[in-house]
Design a protein around this ligand. Structure first.
Ligand code: SF4
Length: 303
């Protein structure tokens, strides 16, 4: 792998990874496997993480009434000319995509993998939903296909995790990440910048903890206060600090600085729907956020 400086790239993005390993840009199709989440169905809590919407943090996923194959076809149609005959990653995105019995999981994962345009899987889940039989299934898939798991950590700070009602302690993430690493299964850890009462020091610690856990990739999201979530209700009663664009850009660049050159950066900001995001409004202009991050990296001469 060329260094980021040789590539003239300021961080190693998922596009860079695919260009290097497959030789072309690979798109993702977001699927709804019909799951729920133990943090919403009463097993852990019925409230869910306070930022989570009714769509289970998967606003752009397919329609669960349709089969996996139909959802893939529909999304390929939507991508249209942009993708041509290219392959895609089937991304099981919303809710907890390993929260089910192993036979059902096997059925839907392989249905996706059998699609002629699917190159591999990305599976979003919680670290407390990776029981032994499920990890065995993931290992089998991993031996034959491209696979990565996405873990919604958001913060390694226990107090912040309690505030957002994440429903598991950091030790559970540590254990799950250790196990995945041992089994050679790639994982991508999500973190959110701007959670209530989390300061910059704690955010940087989270990034360092993700690096230390051996994550293959990282997704950095700006906090979105989505309408009709618990977080919106809390914010309306007692507003908490919302990062400005400048503050967000600065902390993202601080995080990018500490990531190892081989860590794949899947995201540096979130995707939100205009009519659903209450705050921060600047985050809806994704192009601008990305440009500002690039500008700051350039100003600091960071690669
Ligand atoms: S773990 Fe994911 S799906 Fe479950 S409540 Fe939290 S954000 Fe929503």
């Amino acid at each position: 792998m060329k260094s980021k400086k040789e590539n003239n790239r300021r961080f190693y993005s998922l596009n860079d990874y695919f260009k290097e390993t497959i030789g072309e840009k690979i798109y993702k199709v977001s699927l709804d496997g019909g799951f729920t989440c133990p943090n919403r169905d009463g097993s852990i809590s019925s409230g869910g993480c306070i930022f989570c919407s009714d769509a289970g943090s998967g606003e752009f996923a397919g329609n669960k009434i349709k089969s996996i194959t139909e959802q893939i076809d529909e999304q390929l149609l939507f991508l249209g000319k942009k993708i041509g005959e290219g392959k895609v990653i089937a991304y099981f995105q919303n809710f907890t995509n390993t929260y089910g019995n192993v036979e059902y999981l096997e059925k839907i994962y392989y249905e996706a993998l059998k699609h002629p345009r699917v190159l591999g899987l990305a599976i979003g889940t919680r670290p407390d939903c990776l029981q032994e039989d499920i990890v065995k299934l993931l290992e089998r898939i991993n031996n034959n296909y491209l696979l990565w798991i996405e873990l919604g950590l958001q913060s390694s700070n226990e107090e912040v995790a309690k505030k957002i009602n994440r429903g598991y302690p950091y030790s559970v993430y540590k254990e799950a990440s250790k196990n995945l690493k041992y089994k050679n299964i790639k994982f991508v850890t999500h973190m959110i910048i701007g959670l209530p009462n989390e300061d910059n020091e704690s955010i940087i610690k989270t990034a360092n903890d993700i690096v230390e856990s051996g994550a293959w990739g990282i997704k950095i999201h700006s906090l979105h206060i989505i309408k009709e979530t618990k977080m919106e209700a809390i914010y309306k009663i007692k507003p908490f600090k919302i990062f400005t664009l400048e503050e967000y850009v600065n902390i993202v660049v601080d995080i990018l600085k500490i990531l190892p050159p081989k860590m794949v950066v899947h995201r540096v900001t979130g995707d939100g729907k205009k009519d659903e995001v209450l705050e921060p409004i600047w985050s809806l202009n994704k192009r601008k956020v990305l440009n500002e991050i690039e500008k700051e990296l350039k100003k600091r001469e960071e690669y």
